[in-house]
Design a binder for this molecule. Structure first.
Ligand SMILES: Nc1ncnc2c1ncn2[C@@H]1O[C@H](COP(=O)(O)OP(=O)(O)OP(=O)(O)O)[C@@H](O)[C@H]1O
Length: 579
């Protein structure tokens, strides 16, 4: 947790001054019972009105200054903790943004969401408490004991008896609650996962009439969260009555012992009141300490979850040295895969095995194969979304490891199988592809993607709203808008991962023709299950079970490759193009 404090360094002043003001307040608070004792013993007992007024005035002034100190401290604590939380969230989000897909798969979005929200809130709270209470509470409890000894050392021994009893109870409660709080955090992760899954898949849930079972699942997780939270709260709730019990018992004992001391004249009535006050102060401060222990234990769990993100070593790093080793191999104008093998984390066998092929700049590569054959996995290696385990990939004369990730990804535009549009307008979505794209460029991109006609038909044209995920467009419209977004900056490499699947054959054909004629310098890679979408490619790969089982041009494959012939045969009735 201490490690994370570096993200609060902008707020050094607040972090130092906050506890200082709180300490000032605690000092005043510590002296108040002494003044009270004097007021009773010297003022009230001797009927000295002037002394009473003077002492009461001093006590009032001390209370006012104390209040001002508390307010300043709270102010500093809020500024520092909010600022720290904001900075930490920024850093964590930046880190998550750099995660390759393998790391994203390993964590899962649900836990990343809880860590970004719940865990950082917990750390924010811990910092605020650190500023407000971490010095004050121990200072007050120790100070109260010292003051009690100063007033009457023998009676102050009661404090020495109460302290260990209280500590015993505290340790007992903390030991029981901490594991429960850990479980609560896990439940939170699970609940976020369930809610997210249900909201994203709400249409599927309705289509399969699974509302009831899904609601049950969420209720179950919710109940388990409530159960663990309640258990922890019930145990924590014991703290207050137990403290009051100790406080009252100790007060009775104190009054009993003090009575004798007053009778023999070794203690004044005012001092008895002061001792009772110190006893209360000590116990209240200890309750705060116990709450702090709970807050910090929870924060420590949160800190380790945040550190887990920050410590995650990116499996993909920019490594310019690989360029030096491998330039000999590379052919300047080609994209080359050389014996590439790849598997997903936690998988046993290869997802892709010994993949070797090459294709030239400005040419089109088609990839076809049955579902699950590894087509999407293959294309994700090129922009370094995943790192491959064996072999080499060269891009225009350099091993891809030699490219800084951002440079590599700026060269490549990938339209994934399930692309999403971002909430905003059509234009703002297209500007994701090119920040300063003009309306003219936007229309040109839409034209290439065969989307111009339907966008012109919309009342607000380019400024038509796009809701989250682009759910206000049809599947085919979404695909075309996503393609327009990808082609707007005339990318060096364009990868379409089954992105034409929702288009009818005529639109698919027109779109591919546009890509060829309007983007002559773009090297394209088209993944498809339909032969019609890739038959005109300059080179075609046939994948099966993670291996290349054929490559060449359409007319060669259709003559000689059994796997390709099988796919063609199964599609014969679907497309006139294949015949
Ligand atoms: N993120 C992932 N984590 C683990 N395994 C994965 C992941 N994505 C895909 N796989 C596995 O890798 C294999 C290849 O999947 P891939 O998506 O590359 O196939 P595909 O040919 O593109 O299939 P489709 O045509 O159905 O999209 C499959 O067995 C799949 O289960």
């Amino acid at each position: 947790m201490v490690r994370l404090l570096k993200y609060s360094k902008k707020y050094k002043k607040e972090i130092l001054l906050g506890p200082f003001f709180k300490l000032l307040e605690a000092i005043f608070e510590l002296f108040l019972p002494l003044y009270m004792a004097k007021l009773i013993d010297q003022g009230i007992r001797q009927n000295d009105l002037t002394y009473i007024w003077q002492t009461a005035g001093k006590m009032f002034l001390m209370s006012c200054i104390g209040l001002a100190c508390v307010m300043i401290c709270q102010y500093y604590a809020s500024i520092a903790s909010q600022g720290f939380g904001t900075e930490l969230r920024r850093v964590v989000f930046q880190k998550i943004n750099q995660f390759p897909h393998a790391e994203l798969d390993l964590f899962g979005t649900d836990t990343l969401v809880t860590r970004m929200t719940n865990d950082i809130n917990q750390l924010q709270l811990a910092l605020a408490m650190l500023i407000r209470l971490v010095i004050r509470a121990p200072f007050l409890s120790i100070g109260s004991v010292i003051m009690a000894f100063y007033i009457h050392p023998r009676i102050a021994l009661i404090f020495a008896i109460v302290l260990p009893v209280f500590f015993f109870i505290l340790v007992f409660l903390i030991k029981r609650t901490v594991p429960l709080f850990r479980r609560v955090q896990k439940n939170m992760d699970q609940l976020t996962r369930n809610i997210q899954e249900n909201l994203v898949g709400i249409r599927v849930i309705r289509a399969f009439v699974r509302q009831r079972s899904q609601s049950k699942k969420i209720s179950h997780t919710s109940e388990s969260l409530a159960k663990n939270s309640l258990k922890a709260a019930n145990i924590s709730a014991l703290l207050n009555p137990l403290t009051i019990l100790i406080m009252n018992s100790a007060t009775i004992l104190l009054l009993y012992v003090s009575g004798d001391a007053v009778n023999i004249g070794s203690l004044n009535q005012g001092e008895v009141v002061a001792l009772v006050n110190y006893l209360m102060q000590m116990l209240l401060a200890l309750i705060i300490v116990s709450n702090l222990v709970v807050i910090f234990t929870r924060a420590a769990t949160s800190a380790s979850r945040i550190n887990e993100i920050l410590d995650t070593k990116e499996t993909l790093t920019d490594s310019p040295e690989t360029q030096i080793q491998l330039t000999d191999h590379a052919k300047k104008d080609k994209i080359i895969f050389e014996n590439v093998s790849f598997k997903y984390p936690r998988q046993n066998g290869w997802t892709l095995e010994n993949i070797t092929f090459e294709w030239g700049m400005g040419k089109t590569l088609g990839i076809i194969g049955p579902t699950g054959s590894g087509k999407s996995s293959l294309i994700q290696l090129l922009p370094k979304f995943y790192d491959y385990a064996e072999g080499n990939i060269f891009l225009f004369g350099k091993n891809i490891g030699a490219y800084p990730v951002s440079e590599l990804r700026n060269k490549i535009r990938l339209v994934p199988q399930k692309d999403t549009l971002i909430s905003g307008t059509i234009l703002s979505n297209l500007q994701w592809g090119k920040q300063d794209a003009t309306e003219e460029e936007a229309w040109q991109a839409l034209r290439i993607a065969q989307a111009e006609e339907f966008v012109r038909d919309l009342k607000e044209g380019l400024n038509s709203p796009v809701v989250e995920g682009g759910e206000n467009f049809s599947g085919g419209q979404k695909q075309r808008l996503a393609i327009a977004r990808a082609v707007i900056n005339q990318p060096e490499i364009l990868i379409l991962d089954d992105s034409l699947s929702a288009l009818d054959y005529r639109t698919d054909l027109a779109l591919r023709k546009n890509l060829k004629t309007q983007l002559p310098n773009t090297t394209s890679l088209i993944v498809s299950q339909r032969i019609s979408s890739i038959r005109q490619a300059d080179h075609i790969l046939v994948l099966d079970n993670g291996k290349i089982v054929g490559q060449g041009k359409h007319h060669e494959l259709i003559q000689t490759n059994t796997a390709y012939q099988k796919i063609a045969a199964s599609q014969e009735n679907q497309s006139a193009e294949v015949k």
